[in-house]
Design a protein. Structure first.
Length: 138
């Protein structure tokens, strides 16, 4: 199973790596490059673009979604599910049983809470995975 950093953790990674060489050098030890540190941490060194370069562009809104929800945010989630796990969903904006099932499949694959709803944690993982190189993952 592939684990992926959340968007917030991924954004913090370059900052922490940029500080590491300065701290190491100030203590008289050899500096570690960000590439070496990323390899040591087994984390990707490339960040994924979000926003204008997002693979899905129905909306920037990220409301909580569940069975019965509808609208552009559902289309965005369906598009992300298609990109992240190859769900094969119609991007129709209706959160029905098929979308709920795909959401649960994604949550299991991402090793996050499996509840069939798309809240903050699921949005974070979905947007990151959908825009990551090499998608779909499951």
């Amino acid at each position: 199973m592939r684990r992926v950093l959340t968007a917030a953790a991924a954004l913090a990674l370059p900052i922490s790596l940029a500080v590491a060489p300065a701290v190491a050098a100030s203590h008289g030890t050899s500096a570690v490059t960000s590439t070496q540190a990323a390899h040591t941490l087994n984390r990707p060194t490339t960040l994924v673009a979000q926003g204008p370069d997002d693979v899905c562009n129905y909306t920037d809104s990220r409301p909580s979604l569940r069975l019965g929800s509808s609208g552009p945010a559902v289309q965005q989630a369906q598009c992300y599910l298609n990109q992240a796990i190859g769900a094969g969903l119609d991007e129709d904006g209706d959160f029905g049983g098929v979308t709920q099932s795909a959401t649960e499949d994604f949550q299991r694959c991402a090793d996050i809470v499996v509840d069939g709803r798309i809240g903050a944690q699921t949005w974070s993982f979905l947007s990151f995975w959908a825009n990551a190189p090499g998608a779909p993952f499951c």
